[in-house]
Design a protein around this ligand. Sequence first.
Ligand code: SF4
Length: 60
Amino acid sequence: MNDQNKNESIKCSVSQCRHNMVTENYCSLDSISVGTHESDPTVPECTDCNSFVRRTGCCE
Ligand code: SF4
């Protein structure tokens, strides 16, 4: 995973995601997909990063 480049346009602190830079709070993807699990979202907690992929090999 050393070929990751941080995308300075996408800040993210979800270190459990394999796309996260971890050492810096940025995503490494060129773009992400954001959605919601609510029918009528009202606060940030209602939204989800649908590009999240669980990091394996740690944090078990
Ligand atoms: S894919 Fe989503 S959750 Fe994962 S690092 Fe990028 S912005 Fe964060």
